[in-house]
Write a new protein. Structure first.
Length: 249
């Protein structure tokens, strides 16, 4: 698909992808804050195609992982698109990259290395918690069971409001907060961030693309904010796309 007049946008996205590798390969260890890109536009303006062209295609060529999830209108399930993106990520780890070979060490597959590290570093409650929040990721979580503890100027403005945390962002106002109390949610965020830190440390770069954020829930936005501001997840880029004319006022 030819994207007319989007060359500068494509270059910007590819530069962001290159920065993932530069952070990991730099001489000095950087405690960098994760990055997030928001792409806005009306329906049919090529947002998803732009992200695929600028990030998805080159990610595959560079040995990075590009995983995506998509919200659906009127399907108000918390963390839907994020869970789908993580499912895609796990599939890449357990199937595609193990097929290619050459990315693991000591004869073990990347999936096995990740699974072993999770088993060594996570307690039973945290593993069970992740299995509940991300049920399709069970293959890399292992068998432990025991908490679900009970871009445009507007895009830039929404990104800034999103990372400030609150009320200024128009995204996610139709949320279903079904994940439990504040302590439980905070612990879930921490477990997901630890999981991503382990996963991302095995790859040159990981891109998580969340599409149709105009239908997102606050639980997802809070989790994404927690991930972006973590500062210890290596080589991770979060990308979101939304229809600017369909965001709730």
């Amino acid at each position: 698909m030819k994207l007319h007049g989007r060359d500068d946008d494509i270059k910007l996205l590819r530069r962001k992808l290159q920065e993932l590798t530069e952070v990991k390969d730099g001489d000095e260890e950087k405690n960098h804050v994760g990055d997030m890109i928001l792409v806005s536009g009306t329906s049919g303006t090529g947002k998803s195609a732009l992200i695929q062209k600028g990030l998805g295609d080159p990610a595959a060529n560079r040995g990075h992982i590009f995983a995506s999830g998509k919200f659906e209108d009127k399907l108000l399930r918390p963390l839907l698109a994020f869970s789908d993106a993580m499912t895609c990520l796990v599939k890449c780890i357990t199937v595609e990259h193990n097929k290619k070979g050459g990315l693991s060490s000591g004869g073990s597959s990347i999936a096995a290395l990740i699974r072993d590290k999770i088993q060594n570093e996570f307690d039973k409650e945290d593993v069970e918690q992740l299995r509940r929040v991300l049920p399709e990721c069970a293959e890399i979580l292992g068998t432990r069971r025991t908490s679900l503890f009970c871009s445009s100027s507007q895009a830039q403005a929404d990104k800034a409001a999103f990372c400030r945390g609150g009320s200024g962002s128009r995204l996610g106002r139709l949320s279903l907060n079904l994940l439990g109390g504040k302590e439980s949610i905070s612990r879930m965020h921490f477990a997901v961030r630890r999981l991503l830190k382990i996963v991302c440390s095995h790859f040159k770069g990981v891109v998580l693309f969340i599409d149709d954020l105009q239908w997102s829930d606050t639980s997802t936005l809070d989790l994404l904010k927690s991930i972006v501001l973590d500062g210890e997840i290596p080589s991770l880029l979060i990308v979101g796309a939304y229809r600017e004319d369909e965001v709730p006022e």
